[in-house]
Design a protein around this ligand. Structure first.
Ligand code: PLP
Length: 429
């Protein structure tokens, strides 16, 4: 049993708030301990490969920061975050076509905290959030904590489907269920690996504008396209209707835990208030270090080298999939960290996972990425952290696991079928 699982043996069980009992350990984190064993090839986590960071440069830069500005850098700061970093962030968002003002940016503890603050300021229990079917597991966890009702909208190879968005909104309006916001990851989606096409971007913005639905655009991977800069952000198409979330976790270093939210001014003021309530101020040393890095280092060149590295790893995964998992289907990502793989013939990714880990390879079951238990026929494979050799070996092992599982299913039926049979056999009443 996980440490956080609710249990009546806990003398405080009846004292917890409802929201605490609704918190579940994410499938990704549950896997972390096993998947980090050295003999296991983990295709599960979304950790960036930061081996290419200029560590000597950063060590000198941070030593200088402490020596020359230590009493300021190690002091409390403002709840909105440091102006010097907010100004640099305005530059970092330019490739997305964004012309946001530093005053409308709030610095947060990773974009995960920005998600938390947005949900806190907009969601009462039972309120509707629209999210792509499938969606980022960390966002779903936050939405669950605030007792939101997540309604999924399907996506395909070109991202969120505008017609499906419109019909879902119309249906919810007819049911009298107001929608608080649409949560979307338009670039190199986690976990689907797809991007919202250029044609659909204005359509999504227009539909939301017409129905007065706020968009929360989560974009931690936008600069990690294999072939260049991203398509224009949704924020650039309607700055008054979009809260844009950015992060330095995937493009620089997640250990700093620095992300941000750019929002229409009134929303931004509330995000800052919520930030102060939650943490007083974001990590000041981390903010000043990142601002200095952006000011004095070729950060964009660094990102370009990441693109090349992730492209090679992504290609290694594609080739390995063709060789070792021809019985599966998958997409070909054009950036980011993830490939979304469909298992053949009713195999269940969740049930297969312990067998895969015993076979020294880990992935995340598709069920982690839906609020309603779908996704069992898919798995997310990450190509960001393992080396190309590890990726090939991991996919080879997975090929053996899937083949063995398919053979068993042919002999004895799939887990689903077995469950159906035992349900039918169960004595009535
Ligand atoms: C889509 C998405 N949003 C947000 C985050 C959170 O990132 P961080 O809090 O490190 O900025 C992640 C991390 O994996 C992610 O994939």
């Amino acid at each position: 049993m996980s440490r956080t699982q609710a249990t009546r043996m806990d003398p405080w069980y009846n004292v917890y708030a409802d929201r605490a009992l609704g918190m579940l350990q994410s499938e990704v984190r549950s896997l972390f301990a096993v998947a980090s064993r050295p003999e296991v090839v983990s295709l599960a986590g979304g950790m960036p490969n930061i081996a290419g960071l200029p560590l000597d440069f950063l060590a000198n830069m941070m030593a200088k920061l402490v020596r020359e500005h230590g009493t300021a850098a190690l002091q409390y700061g403002g709840g909105q975050g440091e102006e010097s970093l907010r100004e640099m962030i305005a530059e970092v968002m330019r490739p997305d076509g964004i012309h946001g003002h530093p005053d409308d940016i709030t610095i947060t503890t990773g974009s995960q905290q920005a998600l938390d603050l947005i949900t806190e300021i907009f969601i009462n229990p039972g309120d509707v959030i629209l999210a792509e079917a499938l969606s980022y597991v960390g966002a779903l966890g936050t939405f669950r904590t605030y007792q939101a009702s997540v309604v999924h909208v399907p996506l395909d190879a070109n991202g969120l489907i505008p017609e499906a968005l419109e019909s879902t909104i119309v249906k919810l309006e007819a049911e009298g269920r107001p929608i608080k916001f649409l949560y979307t990851i338009p670039n190199f989606h986690n976990p689907a690996g797809v991007s919202l096409s250029a044609e659909r971007r204005p359509q999504i913005v227009e539909i939301c504008q017409r129905h007065h639905v706020l968009i929360v655009e989560d974009n931690p991977y936008g600069l990690l396209g294999f072939d260049g800069d991203p398509l224009p952000a949704l924020q650039s198409l309607n700055p008054d209707g979009v809260v844009y979330l950015g992060s330095f976790s995937k493009t620089f270093a997640p250990g700093f835990r620095i992300g941000w939210a750019l929002a229409p001014s009134a929303v931004s003021a509330r995000i800052t208030l919520a930030n102060e309530n939650a943490i007083l101020c974001p990590n000041k040393f981390g903010q000043l270090a990142i601002a200095e890095y952006l000011r004095t280092y070729d950060w964009y060149g660094q990102i370009s080298s990441y693109r090349t590295m992730y492209r090679s790893r992504g290609e290694a995964m594609q080739n390995a999939l063709s060789k070792y998992l021809p019985m599966c289907q998958w997409n070909t990502p054009t950036g980011g960290f993830y490939t979304w793989v469909k298992l053949p013939g009713g195999l269940d990714a969740h049930a297969m996972l312990p067998r895969a880990v015993t076979h020294l390879v880990a992935y995340v079951s598709g069920t982690a990425f839906y609020a309603d238990g779908q996704g069992g026929d898919h798995m997310r494979l990450s190509f960001c952290y393992p080396t190309e050799e590890q990726i090939i070996e991991g996919v080879r092992r997975l090929g053996e696991v899937v083949s063995a599982e398919a053979e068993l299913a042919e002999l004895f039926g799939t887990d689903h079928e077995q469950r159906d049979i035992s349900a039918n056999d169960a004595p009535r009443d």
